[in-house]
Design a binder for this molecule. Structure first.
Ligand SMILES: N[C@@H](CCC(=O)N[C@@H](CS)C(=O)NCC(=O)O)C(=O)O
Length: 233
């Protein structure tokens, strides 16, 4: 059975998995999850992913959530020889480290500032802004210390996808991060070096920009965590 990826068209974790599958030329069917309709909050979806988060990979009944785990799995299972996820322990540790850093800090801090206020009733606060700068500052330091062309090596790895898509959400809200010179260079170089992969991020960025200008009406949604923005109709 062909791999199925349950994904959302503007979600950074979904984009990274699409980029890896595309780059590795692994055939897959993209099943679009309608976030606004709450497709991911149904009992059926929870059978695939009790976290009720997107993406989920379905490999012939083997369901896997958490985009980092999906990226690692598809490389290990389908293209173990690929340099996207190196085998050498130190090289792999750096990739794993950057994936953890993205999950715990970079995407966490950035998306709370960029994405959450677009979709839900959150404000962009000075503390949120400070956390974005902390994330950028740390990533800049990693790039400086490692001195590589890419996030975790001198070649593309799965860590680049996650970090690129987090950074893309900053561009989506016109956040100027040019003072982080190494991040700025790495991000723009990715666009030039991998135009087909960037196209996947760019499509999402345009959607995010559209939603930023036209906040979606999610008043029908009964979200367990996020406050729903009130809309006068
Ligand atoms: N750690 C998860 C995060 C996935 C995630 O946050 N996905 C968002 C969509 S981009 C989601 O499913 N949110 C559920 C919700 O807000 O209800 C991963 O990397 O796969």
């Amino acid at each position: 059975m062909v791999l199925k990826l349950y994904g959302v068209s503007d979600g950074p974790p979904s984009l990274s998995v699409r980029q890896a599958l595309t780059h590795l030329q692994i055939p897959f069917e993209l099943v679009s999850v309608d976030f606004g309709a709450g497709d991911h909050m149904t009992p059926e979806y929870a059978l695939m992913n009790p976290q009720k988060e997107i993406p989920v990979l379905d490999d012939d009944g083997f369901f896997l959530g958490e985009s980092n785990a999906i990226l690692q799995y598809v490389c290990d299972k389908f293209k173990p020889e690929s340099s996207l996820y190196p085998k050498d322990p130190k090289a792999r540790a750096l990739v794993n480290h950057r994936l953890c850093f993205n999950l715990s800090t970079y995407y966490a801090n950035i998306s709370a500032y960029t994405m959450a206020p677009i979709f839900f009733d959150y404000e962009r606060t000075p503390l949120g802004l400070k956390k974005v700068h902390i994330a950028l500052d740390v990533f800049e330091t990693y790039l400086e210390r490692l001195g590589t062309s890419h996030a975790a090596a001198d070649h593309l790895t799965i860590a680049d996808f996650q970090l690129i898509n987090s950074t893309m959400t900053l561009e989506a809200i016109d956040f100027d991060f040019s003072k982080y010179k190494r991040i700025h260079k790495w991000y723009n170089q990715f666009k030039k070096d991998y135009p087909d992969l960037w196209k996947i991020s760019e499509g999402a960025m345009k959607e995010i920009q559209h939603f930023a200008a036209n906040p979606p009406d999610l008043t029908h949604m009964n979200h367990p965590i996020h406050p729903i923005r009130k809309i006068n109709k």
